[in-house]
Structure formats: structure tokens, C-alpha cells
Design a protein around this ligand. Structure first.
Ligand code: NAD
Length: 367
């Protein structure tokens, strides 16, 4: 494997920090070399346990070249986004004597990114982290200034405004992803197009059929990932700590998704829940006469081509989900606020959405 210097670089300016995101392929030797030149006191590697089964040699290479103080294997399931796992990882970091000048290297999907990122944000009041996301979800919707873990069934309730210093999205890793993981990652990429960019949505309409029929031979992932991150980055840069409300566009589908994920005890995957959340939100804005039938159908088409779910996997108690929506971060004074689409490429927040309208939309998704 030869070392490559990535051409696609995105710099995100955040309060007190600049995050560098590289997108390309065959980047691992390059990143290892870059890290070996930095003056870190030591590394701790967080490595996705399933990913290890496929990419054992990569861990060996990291171990040989960077001599990390410890390697922590992360079980890639939502239970790892908990204080129980954090305690375990914290024990390992302190036993390894990692100090403030140390750095985490996180390799895996969004679970590994969130767990390592949250710990990096609080360990010794914050240390550096390099994130190498290996799923389409963790690349296309890569971490920018928000990391979180969950409490019992409340998803992402404990979090920090924190970014990895360097993120390296290597599209080669997508080769080994099962088709289901491609679909799940596409849900967030489609979301970015829907809330912000009609040209990107049109592009996805064109390429998704090809991607879904031959995901392994598709060789232009870099463009899609780059565009998706650019959109997310622009939202976060404008409102890094969610103070102006403009950041909230990124929550399209997520208020409903968070509730659905919790209700399913995390059996519903994040990408599936986001797709359902976007379909429900679009049903609401269509029924309110905001979203046109044509644009409603465009969203449906994108999500259908990506093979994302269109029904709840089981019957859902409507009152329960409505009570969870009232508690979501975006809602206030017990009123339900939602991000909805006005048209393809444009979103808005609607406040105090009528409960009956929500329930009428939800009923359509019962199995
Ligand atoms: N903080 C953020 O900005 C942010 C953004 C997106 C997602 N997330 C969080 O990330 C989680 C979802 O992330 P995810 O979808 O990546 O799931 P995940 O981390 O569970 O990974 C999905 C599966 O893919 C496997 N895998 C990883 N890389 C692989 C590869 N290259 N080849 C084959 N298999 C591979 C993993 O082992 C796992 O089984 C959720 O908890 C979500 O809240 C956070």
C-alpha cells in the first residue's frame, strides 16, 4: 500500500479549534506517517471489534509504527455508548498513564467515534483525537463538534461540543461494508441533500440506482462523502454550539428518530430511524400544505432507492412516542417543535406542531 497525500481537504473553523477532514482512498499509510511526526506523548487506539475481524493487519501496522500505550476494542453496539463502557475505557487510559499531551486514535463506525470522542472531550479536560471513520454513516455524517453517549434508553442525552482534530475518511473501507450499512449511511447523506442542496439531491437521484446495484464497484464515493461533509460542516460552522438555531436543520428526521430508537430499545438502527423520521416529517409538512406532492415524492424516491424502511418494524403506541417528542432537545415548554422540509434543498423549523397532525402521520407508518 503506497502512501498518498489526500487532495480533498475540508477545514472547519470551530471555537478554539480547527478540524481538518481528509477524504480520499488509500490514506492509511499517509495518516500513520503524519501521526508519527507529531509530538504526542502517546496514543491510545480505540478499534471496532467487528472491524478487527476484517482488518487485523491494519491494527498490527498501527501497533508497529505508532507503538500505542494501549488498544481498546469497542463492541459496536449502542450499549457501548454508556458510562459503563466509559468507566472501563477510563481505567485503561489511567493505567496506561495517558497524559494531556496524548492522543486518541479511533477507528470504526459512529459508535467508536462517539465513545472515543466523548471520552476525549472530558479526559483531562480534553485531549486530541484522530478519527478514522470506517462506515458510510460515520464518513458522510462525520463527527463535527458534537459527540454523545446515551443514558439507558435516552439516545445521545450526555454529550459535549467536541471535534476530532483530524478526521480521515478513506472510501476503501466501504468495500467491506454489508449492503445494509450502505443503506443506513445513505440516510444521513440524503438528509444533507434534502435540507440544503437540490443539485446534490438531483445528483443522488441519478447515481443511487447504480450505487445500490453495485456498491462495491462504485468508485466515486469520495465525491458524495465530500459533498455531504461540506454541507454538515457549513451548518456547524455557522452555529457551532447550537445557539442560533440554524444548526437545528441537521436534526431533520432526528427528533422522531431519537424517540423511535429509544422505543425500540435500540433494535432499530440509527439510519433506519432517521429515514422513518424524515418520512414522517415529510408526511406532516405535506399534510400541512407546506411540502408539494412532487417534492414529497422525490424524498420518497430517494429513500426507497436506498432501500430504507417505510414502516415501523412493530406496532407503536402513539401516545408514548408523542410524550417522547415533547422531551426532545428541540422541543420547548412541552410543545413539539420539528424540522420539516419546505421544498427539496430547503428546511424550516415549525413550532408547537399540532398533536393530532403528528398522530395522523404516525398512523400511516404502523405495520
Ligand atoms: N456524533 C455524530 O456526529 C454522529 C454522526 C453519525 C452517527 N453517530 C452515531 O453513530 C452510531 C451509528 O454509527 P454507524 O452506523 O457507523 O454504526 P456502527 O458504529 O455500529 O457500525 C456499524 C457496523 O459496521 C461494522 N463496520 C464498521 N466498519 C466496517 C467496515 N469497513 N466493513 C465492514 N463492517 C464495518 C461495525 O463493526 C458495526 O457492526 C449511532 O450511535 C449514531 O448516533 C454520531
Amino acid at each position: 500500500m503506497s502512501s498518498k497525500n489526500p487532495k480533498n481537504k475540508i477545514s472547519i473553523s470551530l471555537p478554539g479549534k480547527s478540524q481538518k477532514i481528509f477524504v480520499g482512498s488509500n490514506l492509511l499509510d499517509w495518516v500513520i506517517k503524519e501521526l508519527s511526526l507529531k509530538r504526542y506523548s502517546g496514543f491510545i487506539v480505540f478499534y471496532d471489534k467487528n472491524f478487527l475481524k476484517i482488518y487485523k493487519d491494519l491494527l498490527y501496522k498501527l501497533d508497529q509504527k505508532l507503538k500505542p500505550l494501549d488498544i481498546i476494542l469497542v463492541e459496536p453496539n449502542e450499549n457501548s455508548k454508556s458510562f459503563v463502557f466509559l468507566n472501563f475505557a477510563l481505567d485503561r487510559c489511567t493505567k496506561a498513564n495517558l497524559n494531556r499531551r496524548g492522543c486518541f486514535i479511533a477507528l470504526g463506525g459512529g459508535i467508536v467515534g462517539d465513545v472515543a470522542g466523548f471520552l476525549a472531550s472530558v479526559y483531562m479536560r480534553g485531549i486530541d483525537m484522530v478519527f478514522i471513520p470506517t462506515t458510510l454513516m460515520a464518513q458522510g455524517d462525520t463527527i463535527i463538534n458534537k459527540v454523545a453517549i446515551s443514558h439507558k434508553l435516552i439516545k445521545n442525552i450526555i454529550g459535549s461540543f467536541y471535534s476530532p482534530n483530524i478526521t480521515v475518511c478513506d472510501a476503501d473501507f466501504l468495500q467491506s461494508l454489508p449492503e445494509e450499512e450502505i443503506s443506513l449511511g445513505l440516510s444521513e447523506i440524503i438528509k444533507h441533500a434534502l435540507i440544503y442542496s437540490k443539485p446534490f439531491a438531483d445528483h443522488l437521484l441519478k447515481v443511487l440506482p447504480l450505487i445500490m446495484s453495485h456498491p462495491k464497484i462504485y468508485d466515486r464515493w469520495n465525491e458524495i462523502i465530500f459533498k455531504s461533509i461540506k454541507i454538515k460542516g457549513a451548518f456547524v460552522e455557522k452555529d457551532p454550539c447550537d445557539e442560533l438555531g440554524t444548526h437545528k436543520g441537521l436534526s431533520y428526521g432526528h427528533t422522531l428518530a431519537n424517540a423511535l430508537e429509544g422505543l425500540s430499545e435500540f433494535n432499530l438502527r440509527h439510519g433506519e430511524a432517521v429515514a422513518l423520521g424524515m418520512r414522517i416529517s415529510a408526511t406532516i409538512s405535506h399534510s400541512m400544505g407546506i411540502l408539494s406532492t412532487k417534492d414529497f415524492e422525490t424524498q420518497e424516491k430517494l429513500l426507497n432507492i436506498a432501500k430504507l424502511p417505510s414502516k415501523f418494524p412493530y406496532f407503536i403506541e402513539l401516545d408514548h412516542i408523542v410524550s417522547l417528542l415533547r422531551k426532545d432537545k428541540i422541543s420547548s415548554h412541552n410543545e413539539i417543535n420539528l424540522v420539516i422540509l419546505e421544498k427539496i434543498g430547503k428546511h424550516r423549523i415549525i413550532k408547537n406542531v399540532n398533536e393530532k397532525i403528528i398522530k395522523n402521520a404516525l398512523i400511516k407508518f404502523q405495520p
